[in-house]
Design a binder for this molecule. Structure first.
Ligand code: BGC
Ligand code: BGC
Length: 630
């Protein structure tokens, strides 16, 4: 009897012990196959080390890891980096190092911040984040690649991967290890001012090229010191907001689309706007940025369904979620309640450019009161640490300061050659009925018109050196005019007038028209119009009677109006970046055009939104996939 009882007791305790062991293992065991399936296993692989470190951390240290401050807002001595145990620092679109925007100063800024973070008790290095969205695009002298709208037209995943590999290298050359890219938005209405940040209106093409971009940025091993951490953004539906729901300007009218509301049902938002995340996850992407937009009235940054339900649970994302710039402020309520809502919804790190101290204090008090459960804090920090371990940041043998030997790669001839190839492959020949292109070798004089023909800032577009981008010689590069001068046959004379005057007597005119640079919040348009000065230059050329080719520099298809019929040839060049020779290569026929539209080109704004899946897709001026050659 006694024995029997002891045996049962032993059995029961074994089962109980087994259950306990099993319980502890469940998260890891259950996560592993899911992580492998989703391409996230490289992150969960570090969980044993992560959990050991996590167990040593104080609440202050945990809250610090979840905080991301803007570098320009830190005190001069950078003491908040170690004082608040900051997990990350970033540079916004208008934020440069001091004293100057040079590779040297960027690198030194990075090193100073990194050194400061290594002063903390646990020596957890910071992550430095930046919008390297078409090359290391804040840095004067870096190679500026074509924007995603152009890369989409190349339909060349290998090339997109290479462009991003080189971007990673140039970013690393300044020490920085994290870019808020790629943007895997699927813009459904090109009147949106961020349409150019997307590869295509087509979810499948975005998924393919988005994965290629992540592969190029991160490589196959996040610890690769020549690669950087990627961030797929903006989750989810940024390109699917309903006309008229955009964010109001400060004390002004409502912007039509930017940061608006998506009303699609779940299967549709998944089918259209989430394909790029699935492919990025499979590629091992380590971070995701939730969008400024809302979904059925709920801001993405406040949506537990989006961040935890879909992204983390269904899709199996194991990295961390980084908020957009001050995005929590858009959640209804005061800052404390915004933080509570967002962190509980699944936000892991918060981009709080200037209010980082307040954020830190409030999040700490929310954790202390239990309004944000400790389990949620631990989950967020675990995710951040996973990424840091996977990147080799926690390797004590590794030098976390910038590798100065890489600096020579910034804007190098090799990188510019790849950018030039990307430009060539992204140009779409829309019209050539009069066979004006390629430019005849026998031409005596080519007259070039339009200010964009000789302006690096205009050809590079938004998110270049400054947030919105701007006209002018903002960085080093080759303009289209310089490219043409170098590319034409020796007997051909290239003349230029921004206003289009002086065309008479030329064999051919090349008129560059389009949009001026813009970025988020300022790029929404109701008319998709071509700049008026450009139209005046075009009119001057037209009046001369010289046959002309129109080159369109823009972030999206624009309304061509009668240019579609009157121009002898039309080339869409998007925003090609610093390598204007790529445009000249196509115009002169050194490279025969291969680009195919990744966005439907409408006749009029009345047709919008117009996509390949629209009922009226056949009424487009040039359909999705269109592109001629010689
Ligand atoms: C943009 C993001 C960007 C962030 C940091 C935000 O306003 O929406 O795309 O990564 O700023 O500059
Ligand atoms: C910053 C950008 C940021 C934007 C958002 C700008 O001042 O430079 O990085 O995306 O503000 O408000």
């Amino acid at each position: 009897m006694k024995n029997w009882f002891a045996a049962v007791l032993a059995l029961v305790s074994l089962v109980v012990a087994g259950t306990v062991v099993l319980r502890q293992q469940v998260p890891v065991e259950a996560a592993a196959p899911q992580a492998a399936k989703t391409g996230q296993a490289a992150l969960t692989a570090f969980d044993p080390q992560v959990d050991k470190l996590l167990a040593q951390m104080t609440l202050d240290e945990k809250v610090g890891q979840m905080t991301q401050a803007e570098q320009g807002e830190l005190p001069k001595d950078l003491s908040d980096v170690d004082g608040l145990f900051l997990g990350s620092v970033f540079s916004g679109g208008n934020s440069d190092p001091s004293p100057a925007n040079t590779v040297q100063d960027w690198t030194e800024m990075y090193d100073r911040l990194m050194a400061r973070s290594l002063k903390t008790r646990l020596k957890i290095p910071i992550l430095f984040g930046i919008d390297a969205v078409h090359g290391h695009s804040n840095v004067v002298g870096a190679t500026i690649f074509p924007h995603n709208v152009a890369l989409g037209a190349t339909r060349n995943a290998k090339l997109v991967e290479e462009v991003h590999r080189l971007t990673a290298l140039e970013v690393r050359a300044t020490g920085i290890q994290w870019t808020f890219a790629p943007c895997v938005t699927v813009p459904q209405d090109i009147r949106w001012g961020r349409a150019y940040e997307g590869f295509s209106e087509d979810p499948a093409l975005v998924a393919e090229l988005g994965a290629a971009a992540v592969r190029g940025l991160q490589g196959t091993n996040l610890a690769d010191p020549l690669r950087i951490l990627a961030c797929a953004k903006h989750f989810a539906g940024d390109g699917g907001t309903v006309w008229g729901t955009g964010r109001p300007e400060a004390n002004g009218p409502r912007r039509p689309l930017d940061q608006g509301d998506v009303t699609l049902d779940e299967p549709d938002i998944k089918r259209i706007h989430m394909q790029g995340y699935i492919s990025a996850l499979k590629q091992g992407v380590g971070t995701i940025m939730p969008s400024y937009n809302s979904w059925k009235g709920v801001k993405a940054s406040a949506s537990e369904r989006l961040l935890t339900g879909i992204l983390k649970k269904e899709m199996g994302f194991e990295g961390f979620v980084i908020s957009d710039y001050n995005a929590l402020d858009d959640i209804p309520g005061d800052f404390r309640s915004d933080i509570k809502t967002s962190i509980n919804a699944g936000m892991d790190m918060v981009m709080v450019p200037s209010k980082y101290k307040e954020f830190y204090r409030l999040l700490k008090s929310l954790a202390e009161s239990g309004e944000v459960p400790m389990a949620r804090i631990d989950d967020a920090v675990r995710r951040i640490l996973r990424v840091k371990f996977a990147m080799g940041l926690m390797d004590p043998k590794r030098n976390q300061l910038a590798d100065r030997k890489l600096q020579a790669s910034v804007g190098s001839a090799e990188h510019r050659a790849v950018a030039r190839q990307a430009v060539r492959e992204s140009l779409v020949l829309l019209k050539n009925d009069k066979k004006l292109l390629p430019i005849a070798a026998t031409a005596k004089r080519i007259h070039v018109a339009g200010v964009g023909a000789n302006d690096i800032g205009i050809q590079a577009g938004g998110w270049t050196i400054t947030w919105q981008g701007q006209a002018g010689p903002v960085t080093k590069g080759t303009t289209i005019l310089d490219g043409l001068k170098a590319a034409v046959k020796s007997g051909t004379n290239v003349t230029y007038a921004a206003d289009g005057s002086g065309a008479a007597g030329a064999d051919l005119a090349v008129v560059v028209v389009g949009e001026r640079p813009y970025a988020e919040m300022f790029g929404d348009t109701t008319d998709l119009a071509i700049n008026k000065d450009d139209l005046a230059a075009l009119a001057a050329v037209k009046a001369s009677g010289v046959p002309y080719v129109v080159v369109v520099l823009s972030g999206r298809p624009v309304i061509l109006g009668d240019i579609a019929t009157s121009a002898g040839a039309i080339v869409a060049a998007w925003w090609p970046g610093t390598e204007g020779q790529g445009v000249a290569d196509v115009l002169t026929g050194t490279y025969k055009p291969t680009g195919k539209l990744a966005f439907t080109w409408p006749k009029s704004v009345a047709q919008l939104p117009l996509n390949k899946q629209s009922k009226n897709a056949a009424e487009a001026l040039y359909p999705f996939g269109f592109g001629l050659s010689y």
